[in-house]
Design a protein around this ligand. Sequence first.
Ligand SMILES: [Zn+2]
Length: 469
Amino acid sequence: MKKILSIIIISIITINFNFSQLSKAEKFAKTITEKDLKKHLTIYASDEFEGRDTGEEGQKKAVNYIRDYYKSIKVEAGDPDGDYFQPMSLTLRSRRGKGKAVDTENVIAIIKGSEKPEEYVVITAHLDHVGIQKDTGEIFNGADDDGSGTVALLEIAEAFKKAVKKGQGPKRSIVFLHVTGEEKGLLGSKYYTDNDPIYPLENTVVNLNVDMIGRIDPTREAKNRDYIYLIGSDHDSQDLHDISEQTNKETLNMTLDYRFNDKDDPNRFYYRSDHYNFAKNGIPIIFYFTGTHEDYHKITDTVDKIEFDLLEMRTKLIFYTAWNIANRDERIVVDSKPDSNAHSVEEIKSFEGVYGSNAFPMQFKLFEKEGKLGMVWIGRSDDEAQILKELEKNKFSMPAAGLELNFLTDETNYETKTVSDKGVSIKVDKTIIKKMIFKMGGNEILFTMIPPTPSTEEEEEEEEEPKIN
Ligand SMILES: [Zn+2]
């Protein structure tokens, strides 16, 4: 007797892969204002701070200003001594090659995470600038470089602190790291990463570095002023790039311009600010920047030239991005390095099959696609398959969906007994059943490979045109 297979029409359940946590963030972002940014920067980039040259008196005024602000909003010190300072002695070389030892410090504050305090989102800006012109006594105020990034951090800290007060503090810890000696060769950030990472680098999920976000690049048209240059977001983590893009789309919707993103870009901006010291340690980074201008490293980089409405928008974007990274269930996934963990095509093919679970309403298929492992929900066409990232042996992920597939190594042999049309002859197939732990949104579900149903080509044809009896 022939069986006519009934076709089950699966209504496709669209799983909501929304990894955004933004709905709660908006009211705290409102505390980031043009007015506050201007208030801080007018002081921070004033002549009183004498150009904030590393180790000089003006720089001491700068670190005190930053520390006093964190104290005033009750954001706690991030250093072990609890005085907000990470002191160091740097040897600065003059143009003549003479070495001069100076005492200087980074400033560090922290808002501890409510659920994953041991994972850190580190936001950086450099607190120093280039000081005073020796012969003329003219002061380099460095309002854009990097007064703009400095005051952005202060406002982001205030916004997160407000969230804490409302019981909606970040799940991961946020570290506010103001580094010294940037203008002397990224020395303060290098000291932090190479000599004394106060928070373990392996638990540092991202570095968001802010250096010069207060102006408009003269190469851009005035009508297209709401932009920001992003550098590095996709260098080490497609996941970070995706979350950054998604966050912008859902909030400010500014132009994210990647013109300087390439590591080989002739300007070499990727190597020229403090994120580099994190990136060289394999930590995903984003460098926020709005370009150089005619006042770059000149005494004319002053507060009156700052576009405060844009500084506010850009600061909010960085806040929202940090918010999403800090509050998402999964930590930012670092891309595997080429070839380091790659599976052979044979290994990829060994994972092929349909997988299901008693604990999940949908099944999906894995198959080899362009030498990689492709995944598609059953009911969708193979063309829609997503290529999974290889994390390590037997471990894959789909970062945009916050999914991780971890194949278990103990395989189960499976024997199918096939009864043929001609009576009782029994055929035995041996299939290896794969099992995997499927992680999504903090849940772990056991999936197993569903053994292929033995079927002939004829039966498949009947499936397409079922006879009505
Ligand atoms: Zn700078």
